[in-house]
Design a protein around this ligand. Structure first.
Ligand SMILES: *Cc1c(COP(=O)(O)O)cnc(C)c1O
Length: 368
């Protein structure tokens, strides 16, 4: 790659392939793989990533919202797309674009049934979400009979899968709770089979579920963060390759005397002579204010440079007093060595938040 001349997010598809293959190597041969590509494939580029994964052996895609599923269909994705958090306002589009909704409570189930029936659907594929302890979305085990009655009366929709979501699969201190969730889900699936008379596809595991709970792989797994190169532990991170590198350039260097201040609110006060570099990336690009005040840092010519003062909308200023560099030099915000996980943890957050926040203003460059 030539050095960055502006702020860019470079996305390396060969690393994506590596991560996919590593995750697949953890699975039984017949376990299906669902790629979670919500939120622009975690801030990367949903179209490019989904098209690339569609040509590998991905069985399913998932997005959070209906509009994301519509965008994938427009980009040429033909494999099944599960919409994890649809709302009734999007149900027409769901059916028009052959998206598969996750239905999680009576209200959305009833409204989807009504629309599917009005559109004369027969056995339209849907997925039922069950709550096993995350307490976010989902039916309970006791709802199964009443769901059955409604579906049996209508025949407009058919349950393709039932699933649940783990609350703390990355946290081995919560192993007991996760095992409780796994047992609850198994009870739900048995009850479902008794009431409905067939077993739909079962899925429960996100990336850390794949890595830590092989007994919870079931018929399909759902991976997001792992595909993008993070394993949610120092140990597992070694097996993944972050697919994205966020780079920029030094636009200006300042020499600052003792007692001068830098940036808005005069938040940084110089204690002696120093050099600062201004970089064209700010909170509007996804580097939030929590990275300011010397929490976050970038890498310039192999050296750490801390962000000083407040993060501006379109700029950060970093301390380069001890770094040999000049205007126009490349700046690494994160890459495979100085990872998004490192940077995120410096500001007490997680890789998920940092990478999904990289705004659409930042140019994406796909390395094939
Ligand atoms: C986002 C999401 C996932 C993916 O989780 P990762 O930890 O990124 O692998 C899986 N399932 C559901 C329901 C999700 O919302």
């Amino acid at each position: 790659m030539p050095k960055a001349q502006e702020t860019v997010l470079e996305i390396d598809l060969s690393s994506l392939k590596h991560n996919f293959e590593y995750l697949k190597s953890k699975l039984q041969k017949n376990t299906k793989f669902l790629a979670v590509v919500k939120a622009f494939a975690y801030g990367n580029d949903a179209d490019e990533i989904a098209i690339y994964l569609q040509n590998l052996e991905v069985d399913y895609f998932a997005v959070a919202y209906t509009s994301e599923g519509v965008a994938l269909r427009n980009a040429g994705i033909t494999k099944p797309i599960l919409v994890l958090h649809p709302l009734p306002a999007g149900f027409d589009s769901i059916i028009e674009r052959c998206l598969e909704p996750s239905l999680y409570n009576d209200k959305v189930l009833n409204e989807f049934l009504e629309i599917a029936a009005a559109k004369k659907q027969k056995n339209y594929p849907i997925h039922l979400k069950f709550n096993t302890g995350l307490n976010r979305l989902g039916f309970s085990e006791i709802d199964i009979e009443s769901i059955y009655k409604r579906l049996d009366a209508s025949k407009a929709i058919k349950v393709n899968s039932i699933f649940s979501h783990l609350a703390a699969s990355e946290d081995l201190k919560e192993k007991e709770f996760t095992q409780y969730q796994i047992r609850s889900f198994k009870n739900i699936s048995e009850k479902f089979k008794t009431v409905f008379g067939y077993q739909p596809m079962l899925h429960l595991s996100n990336t850390s579920g794949i890595l830590n709970y092989p007994e919870a792989h079931l018929d399909m797994v759902r991976s997001g963060i792992g595909l993008y190169g993070f394993g949610n532990s120092d140990q597992e991170n070694k097996n993944f390759r972050p697919i994205a590198a966020l780079k920029s350039v030094i636009s200006q260097i300042h020499h600052i005397e003792k007692g001068e201040t830098v940036g808005y609110n005069r938040a940084y006060k110089s204690v002696g002579f120093m050099k600062t570099a201004t970089i064209p990336i700010g909170h509007a690009d996804g580097i939030g204010r929590q990275y300011g005040k010397e929490k976050g840092f970038v890498v310039i010519n192999g050296h750490k440079a801390h962000i000083i003062g407040n993060v501006c909308m379109d700029m950060i200023m970093v301390n380069i007093t001890d770094i040999e560099c000049e205007e126009g030099d490349e700046v690494i915000i994160f890459d495979a060595a100085h990872t998004a996980e490192n940077l995120a943890s410096a500001a007490s957050t997680i890789s998920y938040e940092l990478i999904t926040a990289i705004s659409q203003r930042v140019k994406r460059i796909i390395k094939k």
